[in-house]
Every structure is written in C-alpha cells, then in structure tokens.
Design a protein around this ligand. Structure first.
Ligand code: IMP
Length: 191
C-alpha cells in the first residue's frame, strides 16, 4: 500500500480535465505538466485507454521525476461498435464542436442511442510503480446539443444517472457520476 502523494503532476494539456481532477482530488496539490516544465508532445499510440494513460504518465514522469497522473478517456457508442473510443479527441480531425457535429450526423437515423464515457487513469511513481483506475458512466447520444457546460461531447451526452445532459449539469453533478470521478475513486481504493 502507498499513500496518495501530496503533490501530483497531471500529464494533460486539457484544462477542463485538469480542472475536474482538481475538484475530485481536492486533498492533493494538482500541478499541470506545463507548470511542471514539460512541454513535449506525447503520441498516443495505445489501442486502449489504459495503454494511452500509461504512455502519457510514463513520458511525463521520466521528465519531471515526481508522481504523475494521466487520464485517457473517450466516448464509446454502442451502435458504432465502440467508436470513437480512443479516437474521441481526433474523431473529425477538427475541434470539439466538429467532433460533436460529426457524431450527431452519423447518428441521425440510428435509433439505438446507447453510449458510455470511459476513463482510465494511471499514477506512476518515479521509482517505477504504476497504479491504474478505470471508470465508466452510461448515457445516450442526444439528437441535438443540450446545455453549454463541460467540454468535448458533454452537450450531446444524456446521463442515465443524472437524467439530464452533461452539458446541463453543474460541475458538482457531473463530478459525482462521471467516468473520471469513478476512475479516480477506483485508483484511490488501490492506494
Ligand atoms: P484524450 O485527451 O485522448 O483522453 O481525449 C479525450 C477526448 O474524449 C476529449 O478530447 C473529449 O473529446 C472526450 N472526452 C473525454 N472525457 C470527456 C468528458 O468528460 N466530457 C466530454 N468529452 C470527453
């Protein structure tokens, strides 16, 4: 068993993710990789969320030599065989609004709207130990955007737990049921 480090560097350039991680791990000092001096590009060559989380955490940990947490996450749509999955950020080749528009278009005539967000987190200590957590949250792909909160696919994801879209949810509501919250709590249970 290891204690949760007092300070963790997060291997992400996504300000929304870092903000959510700060809200969920309130008892830890969360520092972005940029603030820790890491400015490199990390290629996400893994085939799973878990592999990509490890790749990102390892690359940054080798550089900063402090405990590093990485999150790899995405949206998996049942009717699309789990796509966009690990390609969620790169789905359309454009920005988040382009990704949402492309998914809504693809899903236009598909009645099966079932989907889930998935998240794998990896915490690596400089001496080489790696711990993982995984989390999921179920929902449905809406037919149009609802709400403006959150980021990425939030406004087209209707949460089965909250009975509203993540775009309509407050930060606290989303953080109480999200894939990221569940992955971080899974990780915490292993410490
Ligand atoms: P990553 O940086 O490769 O993990 O990319 C994750 C991508 O999945 C993000 O750019 C979003 O498009 C999507 N995603 C992951 N988590 C969320 C979330 O909580 N809300 C909305 N979209 C998300």
């Amino acid at each position: 068993m290891r204690p949760l480090p007092k300070k963790i560097v997060v291997a992400s350039g996504n300000a929304h993710k870092i903000h959510e991680i700060k809200q969920i791990f309130k008892d830890v000092e969360i520092v972005s990789m940029a603030d820790a001096g890491f400015s490199g590009e990390i290629e996400e060559t893994g085939q799973t969320f878990r592999e990509n989380a490890y790749i990102k955490a390892k690359a940054v940990c080798d550089f900063v030599k402090e405990p590093v947490l990485a999150d790899d996450s995405g949206l998996c749509v049942e009717a699309l065989g789990g796509a966009p999955g690990v390609f969620s950020a790169r789905f359309s080749g454009g920005n988040s609004a382009d990704n949402r528009a492309m998914l809504l278009k693809l899903m236009k005539d598909i009645p099966d709207r079932r989907a889930h967000f998935a998240c794998a987190v990896c915490l690596i200590y400089p001496e080489g130990v790696a711990l993982f957590g995984e989390g999921y949250t179920k929902g449905k792909i809406l037919f149009e955007e609802l709400g403006t909160s959150g980021f990425g696919y939030d406004s087209i994801f209707y949460s089965c737990d909250l009975k509203k879209s993540f775009g309509e949810a407050t930060e606290e509501e989303k953080n109480s049921v999200s894939h990221r919250y569940r992955a971080l709590e899974d990780l915490r249970s292993k410490l």
